[in-house]
Write a protein that binds this ligand. Structure first.
Ligand code: C5P
Length: 246
């Protein structure tokens, strides 16, 4: 099995002429709700070659001026507002990737609040999982999602996880995490994230602990992929049909 992050799928061609439309799963939910863990569990259980995980975090806008960098360093910058993301780049990237074409993805560094110099290349996939806190916040973006899943984890569990993660992986301290949580993360969840739950096809309570939900999601994706394969074959067969001359 190939859990695909780099390399080219067999159908890929430089010009994108042999492209194959991917099935796109959108995975929304609050910060530290377990979106990445749910995505990984879906990928494992799907057992399909060429699955790609695209994180919205890669598309945070670059903070160019010193004032913004200082605000970010003192936990006074609002990273939980839709304006913090480069939605134009997200949509353009997801559109191309869905068509089976290669894309360049920025790499975001949470410790410096900036993009790294190098970008990574993704080529195309059978299934794309797009995850992020604002995954369902844009109408154009919603149109690209074939299945929308909302991970609904209690806010106290999310806060504890976020404290642990931000201190151990994102170079933050306890006071800063709590300040940012109360000032931006919690109000943004109530204003922008929680209301998008109603746009989801499936809500997964408890996140990665909910193996029944993950099984059901995987069954659905399998049946969608089979349906697509059948319609591609039927289209090919009819294109090759030979009609007798009149
Ligand atoms: O991985 P997760 O979905 O939790 O990432 C989103 C969170 O990352 C947001 O809630 C935002 O507050 C935080 N963030 C941050 N510093 C940045 C960029 C985002 O703390 N430079």
């Amino acid at each position: 099995r190939t859990i695909y992050t780099a390399g080219r799928p067999p159908w890929y061609n430089e010009h994108g002429t042999q492209s194959k439309e991917a099935f796109v799963i959108g995975l929304g939910g609050g910060s530290a709700s377990g979106k990445t863990t749910v995505a990984t569990m879906i990928i494992e259980a799907l057992d399909v070659p060429w699955v790609v995980l695209l994180s919205m975090d890669s598309f945070y806008k670059v903070r160019t001026c010193i004032q913004q960098q200082e605000q970010a360093a003192s936990n006074d910058f609002n990273f939980d507002h839709p304006d913090a993301f480069d939605f134009d780049l997200i949509i353009a990237t997801l559109k191309k990737l869905k068509q089976g074409k290669s894309v360049k993805i920025p790499i975001y560094d949470f410790t410096t609040h900036s993009r790294k110099k190098e970008w990574k290349t993704l080529y195309g996939a059978n299934v794309i999982i797009f995850e992020g806190i604002m995954a369902f916040a844009d109408k154009e973006l919603l149109k690209l999602l074939d299945l929308k899943i909302f991970v609904d984890t209690d806010s106290d569990i999310r806060l504890v996880r976020r404290l642990r993660r931000d201190i151990s992986e994102r170079g933050r301290d306890i006071e800063g995490v709590i300040k940012q949580y109360n000032k931006f993360v919690k109000p943004a969840f109530d204003q922008y994230i929680q209301p998008t739950m109603r746009l989801a096809d499936i809500v997964v309570p408890r996140g990665s602990g909910n193996t029944v939900a993950i099984d059901l999601i995987v069954q659905h994706v399998h049946s969608q992929l089979e349906e697509r394969e059948l319609s591609v074959r039927a289209a090919l067969a009819s294109a090759h049909q030979c009609h007798p001359l009149p």
